[in-house]
Design a protein around this ligand. Sequence first.
Ligand code: BGC
Length: 425
Amino acid sequence: MKKRKVLATLMTTALVLSLAGCGGASKGESKSAESSDSSVANADKPLCWFNRQPSNSSTGELDMDALKFNDNTYYVGFDANQGAELQGQMVVDYIKANADKIDRNGDGVIGYVLAIGDIGHNDSIARTRGVRSALGTGVDANGEVDSTPAGTNVDGKAKVVQDATIEVDGKEYTVRELASQEMKNAAGATWDAATAGNAIGTWEASFGDQIDIVVSNNDGMGMSMFNAWAKDNEVPTFGYDANSDAVAAISEGYGGTISQHADVQAYLTLRVLRNALDGVDVDTGIGTADEAGNCLTEGEDYRYSEEERSYYALNVAVTADNYKDFTDSTKVYDKVSKQLDESKSPSKKVWLDIYNASDNFLSSTYQPLLQNYDDLLNLNVDYIGGDGQTESNITNRLGNPSEYDAFAINMVKTDNASSYTSLLK
Ligand code: BGC
């Protein structure tokens, strides 16, 4: 009896502490939830953009009309620049730690090839810049590192990149981007893994012995190049996303990857909708614990920009040192894994699309995570898988928006937000 009481006290203390750690106790302001409401106009329903931030694909400028479509509109993604810097640093650290064996043909040049996902996608641009600036191969273009693909640059004469030098253990090496290209297939799908697998075949046939490192804007393309060539030739390959197959490949020579904390992003994607549907503060279960005890840590798990109406998950490098902690990319994040009470957060219907059903990251990591969280958040989600090429392939399947309480949208092209919002007006 006594023991039980002590335990109860401890638990209460722990709960209070964990709430305090989340920036204050839950405001407990959950109004009794409105049931699926046909009186709410589609234009006023909660809307979450995710993975592709509404923005101009040439300039990167945010599309604030889309981001402020209504009072309950948000974007959920991750901090592209912070992640890109980490990826670049991971490659530099690897070179420094493995200098004795990295220059495979002993020509004094550390050569790398780079797979680019989508030249008009902010994440892809940031990753290309991050790698080039960490290695010193970037050149300035209008005050930023040029992210244009170099094509083939075996002679080091390309204009969009430059040769760099790196000193390791008293020896100086040249670092050269031997080749880079956007991995887009003939039908127009970007971040295309099969195209990357073919590209490494072409590159290795003409200058294979000069390739010391393979870098990719994501793991889908990285794994394709690793499996097609780099693994057998023991060339370290660096990707991004921490998909489960890539993390497992670290034990077989894959150099490393970056976790964009998809477990935090998938939660936030649905959580902002849930909060709007419940009429509670948007921070509930995010920076402020909800009644179930779900709460993230701002500054560690994510950051929020009020001005951009955007939540950005923070990234973590995954290398041989820590990969065992990341083997299941579809596992919900412990801090936000508690079931919501259905009497306060009743079942609601959400329309959600994945722009490309065959994108490795979205289909093998992000969607399974969403499916784990939708139950915990009492959301009944219809998942629509697009073809990765045309917006209409997806928008055609939003025939009756009035059937849904909220929307989560992943566009094919970041410029195209109005193709969706026009259906809600
Ligand atoms: C991911 C890529 C993915 C892309 C799709 C990025 O955030 O890192 O793997 O292909 O999103 O939009």
